[in-house]
Design a protein around this ligand. Structure first.
Ligand code: SER
Length: 318
């Protein structure tokens, strides 16, 4: 087997920014191609501007770089997607179809497709939500992920394309900002605390949601992609758990460090979305099949987030 050449779509996003660097470390700077609609300032490595809704542009990039693996991260998320439901559906599905078709036609041998806790809806058990309940999501983003999970399973069964997927909880990291999700509050809150500004939360105090610290999310992705194919028993998407908490619990851990930090609660349309998502997740299939084990709890995550953001804001203001 030759050298793996990796393409990341949506490389400028919250997860893509960090995953690109990890994949560059793992595969070498020359073997990773980051792509997005525009390049981030100071990006190091190989970058291509690719609009994934354009099949020919994607195909050209894959052939040019002899890509063997695609991490397809482009998507319009849960909250932002509700502003224009049909456009969200079109973009999320078109991009996935293009990635699957180009992979099938151009000898890409592995694809990573992120799914989400947004696949769940109000027919689930909220605690320890199982792997395969009725999936009746409230958002177009969630519907596109349920359909997407079934499409990747179809490409695996019909064409043997090795696509792997995780249902990410809300991802929390200091390196990049999320864009348009319902769990975004859990990143914003740390920025406000470190800037010593009050925080207005768009969810109610007690809304418990599954979250995951960025390093765990990245490690889960790489461990899933590295696992031997025969270990991957689920070809739709794996439930994955990191930690679970509510805004008031998150606030309390921050208040231990910033005793004067203030929060107010002003729930908006995102409350209904959050209410339809699990409190906690049963990820025993991921644990059994490819040995998933999260490493970060709420306290550890808070310590790391605050230390890193303090440093960042100091650098910015000096
Ligand atoms: N973090 C995402 C969102 O809130 C869930 O995948 O939309």
């Amino acid at each position: 087997m030759g050298i793996d050449k990796i393409l990341i779509t949506g490389a400028g996003g919250q997860l893509g920014t960090v995953l690109t660097k990890e994949l560059q470390k793992k595969y070498g700077l020359d073997n990773v191609v980051a792509s997005d609609l525009k390049m981030k300032p100071n990006f190091e490595g190989c970058f291509e501007i690719v609009d994934v809704t354009d099949l020919h542009a994607l195909k050209k990039c894959v052939l040019k770089h002899k890509i063997t693996q695609i991490y397809h991260l482009v998507a319009i998320l849960s909250a932002k997607g509700e502003a224009d439901p049909l456009r969200t559906w079109d973009i999320n599905m078109k991009c996935l179809f293009n990635v699957l078709e180009v992979s099938r036609l151009c000898n890409v041998n592995k694809v990573f497709y992120p799914s989400s806790i947004a696949v769940f809806g109000d027919e689930i058990e909220m605690d320890n939500t199982p792997q395969s309940p009725n999936l009746t999501p409230l958002t177009v983003y969630g519907m596109s992920k349920v359909a997407g999970e079934n499409w990747v399973n179809y490409y695996y069964k019909r064409y043997g394309l090795d696509v792997r997927s995780i249902r990410y909880p809300g991802i929390i990291g200091y390196q990049s900002m999320p864009g348009g999700g319902t769990t975004d509050y859990a990143v914003d809150i740390y920025h406000k605390a470190v800037k010593e500004e009050p925080f207005s939360c768009f969810l109610e105090a007690s809304t418990q949601l599954p979250l995951i610290y960025m390093d765990d999310a990245i490690r889960a992705t790489i461990e899933l992609m590295d696992a031997p194919a025969e270990k991957i028993k689920i070809r739709t998407a794996y439930n994955l758990a990191g930690l679970s908490c509510s805004p008031e619990e998150l606030y309390a851990t921050i208040k231990n460090i910033y005793p004067n930090f203030e929060i107010t609660y002003k729930p908006d349309f995102r409350q209904a979305i959050a209410d339809s998502w699990p409190n906690t997740i049963d990820d025993s299939s991921a644990k059994n099949d490819w040995n998933w084990k999260p490493a970060f709890d709420l306290e550890t995550m808070t310590q790391i987030m605050i230390t890193a953001l303090k440093k960042e804001y100091k650098t910015v203001t000096v």
